[in-house]
Design a protein around this ligand. Sequence first.
Ligand code: NAP
Length: 509
Amino acid sequence: MLPLRLPRLCVAVIGSDANAMVEKAEALVRDNSFMEFRLDYLSKPGLALPRIKRFIESHPGTVVIATCRRAVNGGKFRGSIASQLDILGKAAAAGCQLLDVELQTVSKCKPAQLQKLRSRAALILSFHDFRATKKLDETLEKMIEFPADYYKVVSTATTLSDNVTMIKFLTREGDRHSLISMCMGEQGIISRVLGVRAGSAFTFAAASAAEATAPGQVTAQELRNVYRIEQVDVATRVYGVVGDPIAHSLSPAIMNAAFRRENVNAVYLALHAKTLKDLLTCVKEIPIHGISVTMPYKEAIVPFLDNTDSHTTKVGACNTVVRAQDGKLYGFNTDTAGIVRPLERRLNTIEGARILVIGAGGAARAAVFGLKERGAEVYILNRTAAHAKKLAHQARARIMKRPDLKRMAFDVIINATPVGMGNSKETPLRDKEINARYVFDMIYDPAETRLMKLAKERGAQIIPGIEMFVHQAARQFEIWTGKPAPWDDMLRVVLLAQQERANHSAAAK
Ligand code: NAP
């Protein structure tokens, strides 16, 4: 029997053989009462059914979809339509309450065959477009010619705006038909999280990152714990971090944790925008309440905003956008808070402090203007002298010549370049050039850069880039919600995510 209301999340279960598949299901069932057995992943799907039957009998509250998608329709089953229908019929007899059949299969079936299948279990009639999001209405028109319990229309997002198309489709059609719809692909995350509130009966998730059965499929744990999909409702505010690339951003982990901690009904998504136009369309249409802007859009977005505060205008780069009730977009720069706050915690005062900023890009600009506004004596050192000169002129800061470094002592040296990032062992300064009480490296991947190591050896105290990351995020949280940010929780979550990432890359070596 199908429950009146299906859970929002269905986990796709795969396995190399029947045992592996059912063992996986056993491991998942405690947290997931709704599963899809992807029978097409098995070389002999029919042989798995007695085991699946026992699994269903021993977990009576579980709802199970049986899918045996044919290879021509994007699955792995190489048998004929007749054998696909035969397996699905047997899956129903084994207790699977829902059967997924592709439109392409159904189009070639006799009505009686379909009728027979439907008399045994609820039918999900599915269509997957692995290339694009288009002709959703036409596809549904074709599908509803065949009686089914659910119509699953899945497309591929190649832009953020494709999510807008999908969500509008769900909003339009979700009341008239029982739909299950989302966009596949890395850019489809919006539709996976927000589709359920727009009208999708449920969404699909992977059991683990390595077991995704569709491109861009998110894990059940992530959808539940990070994106809190079970709580998303019409009042949920939508935020996101936008950039290109964006897949490795720590922002969703930290911001969703902060929303959860402070009971803010909001969700924060990773938005992969390949163009600014795509991002702006999406922000307006979804509608998104606020965005964190990261590379490469921090400067490019400024002309498209309705207003920026005076500090952001001076810096010329924006990392925080608020969408006001009137739809207007307001820009702020919280990177400055990310730099100033850690220093305020350590120095008695920033006023009069002698600070060297290495770099003259966006982050350096936020540092130089922010520190100058607080009365620091700021020096700039940059690879391209002309960029340093321009920034020094705009902010009334001083230029530092590298040969003079050995003779200078600073309260703080800030690295605002990517030198030392990732696996690089490079350092923007040699050891003898590091004469400072504090060395602040904006880089947070790796957690400890070569510059930090050298600085420690020189007796300096370290301010890690992760502190900047958490402070700039905390300030964004404050701007968006008007509440104080749960700083300690945010730091804890991000350190944990950083550690997991380090473990993961160590294991991969
Ligand atoms: P950006 O606008 O591209 O500026 C990069 C700066 O670094 C430029 O001044 C550039 O010099 C210099 N640079 C680049 N490669 C160099 C090299 N190989 N040797 C010497 N100098 C080099 O970047 P950004 O947005 O300012 O970001 C800078 C760093 O800060 C990045 O590592 C970023 O991840 C980090 N960051 C961290 C946080 C955080 O929350 N912790 C926030 C923002 C940024 P030229 O002028 O000669 O090109």
